[in-house]
Design a protein around this ligand. Structure first.
Ligand SMILES: [Zn+2]
Length: 587
């Protein structure tokens, strides 16, 4: 009983009445009393108490009979080993630091660090990274609240000074850094307003064979941009490109802004095109930066006065439409407005018609081919293969309906009436008058409103026509309607904006373009109304006369039209007859 009191783990063993046998895996071959070997042969440093635990366990084990099953003894052995490992001072420290990181407790983490150093606890890169993470967050002022009455400035300074000291100590201790170490150190450098150091750290990271990530570049890139050091910021950009790291909207917007400030017209042009190809639609803050460029005096003077129209046309064809990429065209002040497009994609400000950029069918085929592989990683393979076969027999379709989304659009109850109305409207729109495919989870097809005789007849009719697929229990129907619509390359009816985890797996290079051209949204006002995909591409467009149209991102409200930034030059406008507003203003 004394043993049980001293070592709680033994109570489990004694209650189980299962003698513990430490088999051939138990190798106490260390000469140092502070070390033990784990089951897999690795040497683990042990605290005196955990060592005692192990000794007692061994004694207990050998004194008992050997009737216990091997699995049970191994389980207990592993459990004991795990407990012993957990009691190691470095693991206790790791756990406590992780808690500090979770609750963003810098001061407590620093106290733990100081105490550990005093006690000679061996620190690994994990301990250092947690400490550096907390220090760098404090240094840039991102720790939500001041701790223990410390004011924000003190916390920032503390993060900075202790962070640098800890990073240096890590080097002295020869603890190999990883990507997180370098990134946190770069953040500390940025907090000290030293983007040079932040960039040096990224270069060191690369030369140490650790591939930098997008976040590794942020401190250097934003640091140079804030200081207005455009050429250095573009050096960081070049390093990113060299390492295959793709800049996202915030990095491109910062580079755009610094290029505007430093009046580097060709870089502004390059950044607008990179935003076009990778971001497509810009946030409000980026739209303001773009606006700032077109309203600047410098932008007035940038551009070719004459150009070869045939060459521009050739550029548009080669680029796939919507841009030519041959530099600023025209001269004179830009006319910048916030405007909307009509149903056909005609700009309400300058009357220019936006283009529709086609998707290469080979890209769609490739994407459709990759979907089942992804789906089978998440869904039951047997079920999904069955669906593929079913689709081969009953398809192709002109439209696919996400039944759960359409049936629930009034948000109060599942409506077969709305679903049927959507089915009928789509059938009318179909060139062959074929029924669309309705995908519904099995639970919607049995029980509840599905048991209503009218709804049952409806479901039966769809089923007999091969226009209903009930996804099996436990499945995520999103994979089914998505695969059906992409493989048939047809319309997809859903108000799901397809932004959750599942859709993020699909990447950003193809799926957003496919969605824009195929998603039909619905609204509900005295019946279901379909909103067809726009006949133009919602992407930054550069026209052959040099004007620009920049779409902003919108929320999910269909009734709220998307805002576009229209930038044209007075000279480019002269071909059009002036609007009433222009005559009134004397333009
Ligand atoms: Zn326009």
């Amino acid at each position: 009983m004394l043993l049980v009191k001293t070592f709680p783990l033994l109570s489990v063993i004694s209650k189980a009445k299962t003698p513990l046998r430490l088999g051939r895996h138990c190798k106490f071959r260390c000469c140092s009393p502070s070390l033990i070997f784990s089951g897999d042969g690795n040497c683990i440093r042990s605290s005196p108490s955990s060592m005692q635990t192990m000794t007692h366990l061994t004694t207990l084990a050998t004194s008992q009979s050997t009737s216990i099953s091997k699995t049970s003894s191994e389980r207990l052995y592993k459990k004991a080993m795990k407990k012993a490992r957990m009691e190691l001072p470095e693991n206790i420290l790791k756990h406590k630091l992780d808690m500090c990181s979770r609750h963003r407790k810098l001061i407590e983490a620093l106290q733990l660090y100081d105490e550990a150093r005093r006690n000679g606890v061996q620190l690994s890169y994990h301990h250092y990274n947690v400490l550096l993470y907390l220090c760098s967050f404090a240094a840039v002022g991102s720790l939500a609240e001041s701790e223990d009455g410390e004011d924000d400035v003190n916390v920032k300074n503390l993060g900075m000074t202790r962070g640098i000291e800890i990073y240096q100590q890590m080097n002295i201790d020869k603890v190999a850094p990883n990507e997180a170490t370098f990134t946190n150190a770069a953040r500390l450098a940025a907090a000290m307003e030293d983007p040079e150091m932040a960039f040096d750290l990224v270069k060191q990271m690369k030369s140490s064979g650790i591939p930098p990530r997008l976040r590794s570049y942020g401190p250097a890139l934003f640091g140079f941009c804030e200081k207005g050091e455009a050429s250095k910021a573009f050096d960081v950009d070049a390093h990113m490109i060299e390492c295959g790291v793709v800049a996202e909207e915030s990095e491109l917007a910062a580079l755009l802004e610094v290029a505007i400030e430093r009046k580097i017209g060709e870089k502004v042009y390059e950044m607008l095109h990179r935003l076009r190809s990778s971001v497509r639609q810009v946030s409000e803050s980026t739209a303001k930066v773009v606006e700032k460029w077109f309203r600047s005096d410098y932008a007035t003077d940038v551009g070719k006065e004459t150009w070869d129209a045939a060459k521009i046309k050739e550029g548009i064809v080669n680029g796939g439409g919507g841009w030519h990429g041959q530099g600023w065209l025209g001269n004179g002040r830009w006319r910048v407005t916030r405007t909307n497009m009509d149903m056909k994609g005609v700009c309400q400000s300058c009357d220019e018609k936006l283009v529709c950029i086609d998707i290469d069918p080979a890209e769609t085929a490739h994407f459709a081919g990759s979907l089942p592989k992804l789906a089978c990683q998440k869904e039951s393979k047997v079920n999904f293969l069955k669906f593929e076969e079913w689709l081969r027999q009953h398809g192709p379709f002109d439209a696919v309906i996400d039944g759960a989304n359409v049936g629930m659009q009034n948000q109060h109850y599942f409506s077969f009436f709305d679903l049927n109305s959507t089915v009928n409207q789509l059938r009318q729109l179909s060139p062959s008058k074929k029924l669309p495919l309705v995908i519904l989870h099995r639970s919607r097809v049995h029980g509840g409103p599905a048991e209503d005789p009218k709804n049952r007849r409806l479901l039966q009719r769809w089923k007999e026509s091969g226009a209903l697929y009930a996804t099996p229990a436990g499945s995520n129907d999103d994979w089914y309607w998505l695969y059906a619509a992409v493989s048939c390359n047809c319309l997809l009816v859903t108000n799901d904006e397809m932004r959750d985890h599942l859709f993020q797996l699909l990447g950003t290079s193809f799926f957003p373009r496919w969605k824009e051209k195929h998603q039909v949204r619905t609204s509900f006002s005295r019946g279901v109304r379909l909103h067809m995909p726009p006949p133009y591409s919602i992407i930054i467009q550069e026209s052959e006369n040099g004007s620009w149209h920049v779409p902003t991102v919108t929320g999910d409200d269909i009734g709220n039209p998307r805002q576009w930034l229209c930038a044209t030059r007075a000279r480019n406008m002269s071909a059009r007859s002036p609007s009433l507003e222009q005559i009134w203003r004397g333009q």
